[in-house]
Design a protein around this ligand. Structure first.
Ligand code: NAP
Length: 535
């Protein structure tokens, strides 16, 4: 029997204190629920708590990558740069936690290891590292899409004599690379942001590239007060336009509903030049079919390859850095000085596409029998995305069925919000929702508001549980696949497909198209929670 001090009765347990967990707690408080957030870090912030690597910034403009639910918050908070640094976003999240009085209901430095549904009481028990057994009606997994670090299981990894780091678990005190020889493994977004800064400090940097990445310039800059005032004067309009755009942002450069295939060379060059000059992810919104038609995509690919050649002095290095893949099939990177960094005498690019890193020995990574002697290794190797954080918790639903088993062939959800057989358990930006294909904050707000309304509707109706039917879930998973099949996202081995983690089932996990998705969520509610069973 657990002593009383180690038992806690709650309405809702929320796992994770990032944007999703904090906003869920705020909504739960508004509903008068007894809710608690459990967070494994020793501070709030989620992604922005963990990813403190040099150069870490958001690639969605800060005026849009911010909470829109509170008018005074969005008016009073002052962003300083077009793309906010990790430190500034973390300060913002801490401000949100203070401002909405959330700290009292957040338990830090505590890891949830298991949660189990008791069918006789309709309650979940939650097991966490602080030894407290929590019992609650609702569990909300606000665990993040990119929070379970992926460190590849390269032979001898632990034999390395130097220091190792993963970008997603960066030391709080920072890392001094002066006079160090550094290996960076990976060339995704985290590597693209960190390599220029590491190279500026270290004695030497060797980058191990398995797949060349597509990057467009950020052109980060301080925010001009006049531009900020213009947005703040019509923030509601900006938020509405974000919700109505397929990626849930894009204020200044929305998607043009024209085909790249209808444009001649001069038009293409002019359009891409314009987007390149502004910078950022809006490059992919230049034409409506860039992620739908390979020939359209090839026009963007050709343009970026030309830009890489212009920026990189050594033609061999430029060729190695030039992808031959679909632009945007893996998440497009936004760079500040990434390509130019390869012109530095202290930076070397090693291609490990056909000849992988065999092993890591005491001195460093070994490729094709050559030992690359380094002092430090930075794993910029990404995450077990979308399902990884959930997979690391033993989640047991009806009939003792575990989520790991139910998802063994790939994630199954209804609307990315709930899973059949797991009543009253919600996932914020779960697989099967637009999530990582959007401005995450807009998606998070939409999900949290949907969940809060669903919980309130249960209570108003004197009901106890909500969960999707198997049929609705199967139909939804089919729909997500069908939508994804019309895109070019299946054309590469991306983390969207789980292809970056050996043995993970290859299923395209997010759903393209935010406004259509939002309309379905609203219609489901209007149809009295169509596809859900409420008891
Ligand atoms: P990522 O995009 O998954 O990149 C991981 C890199 O590591 C890839 O280049 C991958 O190569 C490489 N890699 C993995 N295992 C390897 C191995 N055994 N040998 C050699 N190379 C290996 O991870 P990330 O850069 O951390 O970014 C993840 C996501 O987080 C992004 O796509 C983005 O959504 C988000 N993010 C956003 C920002 C931002 O807002 N600016 C910044 C960072 C991250 P392959 O491509 O061949 O698999």
């Amino acid at each position: 029997m657990t002593p009383a001090a180690l038992r806690r009765e709650l309405d809702m347990v929320i796992v994770g204190a990032g944007f999703a967990g904090l906003y869920m707690l705020h909504k739960a408080n508004e509903l008068g629920l007894r809710a608690e957030v459990i967070e494994r870090g020793d501070g709030v912030g989620g992604t922005w708590y963990w990813n403190r690597y040099p150069g870490a910034r958001c690639d969605v403009p800060s005026m849009e990558y911010s909470l829109g639910f509170d008018h005074r918050l969005e008016q009073e908070w002052e962003w300083t740069e077009k793309y906010a640094t990790q430190a500034e976003i973390l300060a913002y999240i801490e401000h949100v936690a203070d401002r909405f009085d959330l700290h009292a209901d957040i338990t830090l430095s505590t890891t949830v290891s298991a949660t189990r549904f008791d069918e006789s009481t309709n309650r979940w028990s939650v097991t966490a590292s602080d030894g407290v057994e929590r019992s609650c009606r609702f569990v909300v997994m606000a665990t993040g899409c990119l929070s379970a670090a992926n460190v590849p299981d390269i032979e001898g990894r632990d034999a390395f004599a130097g220091r190792t780091f993963h970008t997603g678990r960066w030391p709080h005190e920072g890392v001094d690379f002066a006079d160090r020889r550094v290996a960076v493994i990976g060339t995704g977004s985290s590597a693209v942001q960190s390599i220029p800064l590491i190279a500026a400090e270290a004695e030497h940097v060797t980058v191990f590239q398995r797949t060349a990445t597509w990057a467009v310039p950020a052109h980060n800059e301080p925010l001009e007060p006049a531009a900020v005032a213009e947005i703040k004067a019509d923030y509601a309009g900006w938020r509405r336009r974000a919700r109505d755009s397929s990626s849930a942002f894009g204020g200044h450069q929305p998607r043009r509903d024209v085909s790249a295939l209808d444009a001649d060379e001069a038009e293409l060059a002019a359009q891409y030049d314009e987007r390149w000059a502004v910078g950022g992810l809006s490059f992919l919104r230049a034409y409506e079919d860039l992620l739908l038609d390979e020939r359209a995509n090839a026009t963007a690919a050709e343009y970026i390859r030309r830009k890489i050649a212009e920026q990189v002095d050594d033609p061999e290095t430029a060729a190695l850095l030039s992808p031959d893949t679909i632009v945007g099939c893996k998440r497009l990177c936004v760079d500040t000085g990434y390509y130019a960094t390869y012109n530095r005498p202290n930076v070397r690019l090693i291609d490990v596409s056909s000849d992988p890193i065999d092993r890591i020995d005491e001195a460093g990574p070994v490729v094709g029998g050559v030992v690359y002697e380094v002092d430090d290794i930075v794993f910029a190797t990404g995450f077990d995305a979308m399902t990884g954080a959930l997979d690391r918790i033993a989640i047991e639903g009806r009939g003792g069925r575990t989520l790991r088993d139910v998802w063994s062939a790939g994630p199954l959800t209804y609307l990315g919000l709930q899973i059949a057989g797991f009543p009253n358990l919600f996932t914020v930006t779960g697989p099967g929702s637009p999530s990582v294909l959007t401005n995450m904050i807009v998606s998070i707000e939409q999900h949290v508001e949907w969940i809060a309304a669903a919980v309130a509707a249960l209570d108003d109706g004197g009901l106890h549980t909500i969960e999707p039917t198997d049929e609705a879930q199967t139909e939804w998973v089919g729909y997500v696949n069908e939508v994804a099949n019309h895109t070019l996202f299946h054309g590469c081995s991306s983390w969207y497909l789980g292809a970056n983690v050996p043995g993970k089932p290859r299923v395209f996990m997010p759903l393209p198209g935010f406004p259509e998705y939002r309309a379905v969520c609203d219609q489901v509610v209007a149809d009295n929670y169509r596809g859900f069973v409420r008891t």
